[in-house]
Design a protein around this ligand. Sequence first.
Ligand code: MRU
Length: 374
Amino acid sequence: MGNGNINYCHEENEVRTLIWDRASLKLIDQRKLPFKEEYVVCNTCREVADAISDMVVRGAPAIGVTAGYGVALASLEFNGDGRDKFISYIKDSIKVLSKTRPTAVNLFWALGRMEKVLDCSKNLKLDEIKINLAKEAEKIERQDLNINFKIGENGKKIFDRYKNKIKILTHCNAGALATSGYGTAIGVIRSLDREGKIEKVIVDETRPCLQGARLTSWELYKEKIPFHIITDNMAGYFMSKGEIDTVIVGADRVSLNGDTANKIGTLGLSIMAKYYSIPFYIAAPISTIDTSIESGKYIPIEQRGENEVREVMGTKIIPEYMPVKNPAFDVTPCGNITAIITEKGVIEPPFKENIKKIVTSADNTDKETGADKR
Ligand code: MRU
């Protein structure tokens, strides 16, 4: 492994984030982890949309892959007649899926790919279009797995010059659970661990939904990677004590200038890391880069329900009469980011120039090889 051309496969006994059987989509219920490993079965596009909104499945790449299968399921659900009706049914389903979560651009990117297949298949028989949609969703999943593995390999190389084992802080969950498998930020950690280079991962609990404490730690525990969990307000303490060599997080949307939306709390970490001169890395696929927006101020930030703040794992900690706010993401300015690790290479500042270069070269390579965009 390690060669960019090698396909990465799921490992035996790996707990899978999503399982597609060409009739339904099974999603591990991430709201119940780490206490219960249960799957939610989605038979319809509506069920897929609800699973994304309710965070049964979450994490930018996993949301994109899931939405792709949502479109495939919509096509299987259709039992009317007539091409036009079918096409408008699928387009409506794409609209429903696009309303589920606004920040992760991978959702819109994957839906765009599905819509393109639909538009290019207009002259085919309905059964053939259905097959093409399912195949495209499967391809998105397969490609995502390989991309994560490449991100891991590219990220690992950054740390070649580190002589000692590394102490890494991560926030939220950018692991196998947030993707088709392997993970982005956790993918880098996995790749480093396989070379014996991890001393410890410091896992931010990530209030309000605790993706760090519940999901990242669960993945690291299964992989036997050493870690400890801290509450979000402890990160500065550990940085000040020299207990953190680097921060690696995922992303939900990167704008053209490199500003990056990620789980709420990432911005604060980046400010503290800059203060203590700790390198701060984003690990994300090219599909998370939204070159249509110039800077982070145009990234839509999801505002989620109050109960996520009022409660911890179903137990009320704030009475109803007290007001709360719940923005799910914040934007880290590009000036706080050391580099962005992608499947096509590591992007360093100046981000705008280098993002343009890498996105264009990714487009060209794909044209030359006949592969899909990315
Ligand atoms: O609200 P979530 O759990 O979907 O937020 C997830 C994150 O912020 C992740 O860091 C991001 O999507 C990258 S996942 C590879």
